[in-house]
Write a protein that binds this ligand. Sequence first.
Ligand SMILES: C[S@@+](CC[C@H](N)C(=O)[O-])C[C@H]1O[C@@H](n2cnc3c(N)ncnc32)[C@H](O)[C@@H]1O
Length: 810
Amino acid sequence: MTNPGDIYGTMATSADVDDISTRNDGNCNIPILYLGQHDSIRQQPLGDLAYGHLLNLGFTFVTAPITNGNYHNRVLDLAKDHLASIEQQGVSVNTTHTPSIPDPVVPPITAEDTGLYPTLSSKSYTAYCSPWIDICSPSPVISSISRQVLNQEVNYANFCGVRTVIIPGPRQDATTPVSSDGLARYSRAIKEALNVAPRLNFVIHIPMYREPGLEENISSLTATLSRTFKLGTEDSSKAGPIDLFSAWDSWDQIRSFCEYSLRLFVGIRLPKILPERALQTRWFAEPVHLISISKDSFQLNKSKFPCLSRDHQDLIHEFYTLKNTPWVMLCDVGPDAATLAKASITDGEFDLKVPGEADFPSLSEAHSSRSVKTGGSKPAVSDYVKYMRWIEGTQEPLSDLEYNTLSSFQDWLQSPLQPLSDNLESATYEVFEGDPVKYNQYEAATMEALRWWKKTNRKTSSASGAVVVAVAGSGRGPLVDRALKASRATGVPVEVWAIEKNPNAYVYLLRRNVLEWSGKVTVVRTDMRSWKGPLLSKLDEAPEKYGQVDILISELLGSFADNELSPECLDGIQHVLAPDAISIPSSYTAHLSPIATPRIYSDLLSRATADKTTFDTPWVVRLFQIDFAAVRGVPGHPLFQEMWEFSHPMPKATWDQMIARGKSGLIGGVGGSMEGSVGANEHNARFSRVKFVCLNRGVIHGLAGYFESTLFECKDGDDKVKVEISTHPERIDQKSKDMISWFPIFFPLKRPLHYPDDSEIEVSMWRQTDDKSVWYEWMVEAYCWTGQNKRLKLDSSDLCSSRSVACKML
Ligand SMILES: C[S@@+](CC[C@H](N)C(=O)[O-])C[C@H]1O[C@@H](n2cnc3c(N)ncnc32)[C@H](O)[C@@H]1O
């Protein structure tokens, strides 16, 4: 079961930033679009009037440059003078070692260099670093100057109280030796800047992929100075085909360098043509703080209104399902500084009415529409804003459950429950009981089992002829309710026993028996493994006589099926079962898939110093902002692979073996493979190794785990029936749609594992036991083929183990 924890408490992870867009608190469950405006040539932060105009227009934030043209010119002059003096000394301007000519020092920012000052509204500013800096420059001098500028700007923005600063991303990726050198310098500079400005959130502004025209449109220092000096600029004419994942590679390198800082985010520039789905889902998993859309990414429909393609709309809607919804920033859609200044005076240019469908007709409708934009003029900024607000309104509303509860759980780490060693609280049971799907499936399974019992004319274990049903681990009794309901529905009489070890839940069950079940249920407080079976003799009669159970109902499943020790508990109660007895569930399987989940990894890293078991813990988590590493549809290697299965009741041979091992005194924490001997619980140990196929290179942060369970199956003749529950992402809708009782489980890796294009990932997983506890061990390896029969191992995780947080059997 998922730990509901403090379901009504604070859900935000430490990875959250508190100033990102929040949800609408109106009646419609639609996230608000946090819409911003960026003007790449703006020189000064906006004054209050101009800022107010943009807010009235429908924007929620506006970017502010940290420094102005004066500063730019000063830095440019400094760089020019320095490069000239190097040349005068007969040294190449690209030389990396100039011991006799130290790098120039950029003088501090002066009052003439900036229009940004600490004010009451500084906190709401989103600062934009100078787009002309070029830390990746092949010229060491320009790289050094750019790094100094970055530090001065973020330091000053931090002083002013700004919360978020956008930093232009590297202009090239690590696809050539020159730019890989630049990227290393860029990554290091960001790490340094994070230390320089300890309160700022950093957003690296980078294209989704290197679509031509998507880069910063401001000339970099390198480009400007290469008109005068022979700087080692790269020959762009040699550029090969676009490598779709190279920009993501750069981002991955920067954040890895910065050790997944919780203050480091990415802002993705949306291209005109969206890339393949695999790259979209890759970015979806990243800590995307903003999505920027330039004027060029908009199309004009026949009425000359700006609009985005259906794919762009879908992508924005997808990002808006996130709890931490990214901002959307419109770049260079106007108004420019001069127009804004005019508008501040006349106060008449901008009006904003709420747009409707008619404002955004399809292309064909637009052709014949009355609302053709007159004058053939360029779209006004208000057209862009109206359009984005229209997109906001066309989002699919979230269901009440998703909106009010589930979205809070996105990627929120919970320690797995230990219902065997801990006693749950009433509120926890109450949360379980809030999921009707699970109980409906249990009721359906019980009805089918009773029907089968009746149809096959089986002897029951009771003197009255009623089928003896035991609910093992009854909690507050919801499965008892469903068993009684199933009996009424099928007309098959039952004798119900409720077995529960939690002393508090036991009291609740006794009360329900009197008030609701008319004393028809026998409630027993015991560990099911010590229960001797239904008591047949009178209380004071000696010797005591015990009967058997025909149908055993239990719900002891965890997010990975067996991780809450269902196998061990059900083995322990098997001795009370009649020879033909049915167990509901009759079997369950565990499934895995390797995933990238940068947000969760950042969260884990931040906890790891205080809690040494962070990376040993298989976390229960509603995995949401994730990307699956493997591809779907590879025969024999599906995206989700089954690791193992448990069935109940266990076969006689296994039972005999378990008894024999127990008799040899091994039970009680001395047996098991890690103790160098075979323990009594050894039949519940498992091992599996599976292979996943990956097309595009990427990174793995851990393994996502799911389960499926057959509650009841009848394979007889024409009466085939199977009642199941599942959290398997590809099958949950078919088997138990909308079931929310279990979130997935996440087995983390201590160190992210990178894999190249066309590689194979092999996952080894063990279920280990030493007779007093159960734990998992997991390992991930990456391989690629180097010849027809030759594979090269590229990387491997450590052997990870949850033994330090093992589930206790005793
Ligand atoms: C996941 S809860 C399910 C409760 C209830 N059947 C429901 O569906 O809401 C598991 C229950 O089994 C009980 N339990 C776990 N191990 C047990 C054991 N060995 N003997 C008796 N009860 C056990 C726990 O105390 C808990 O009440």
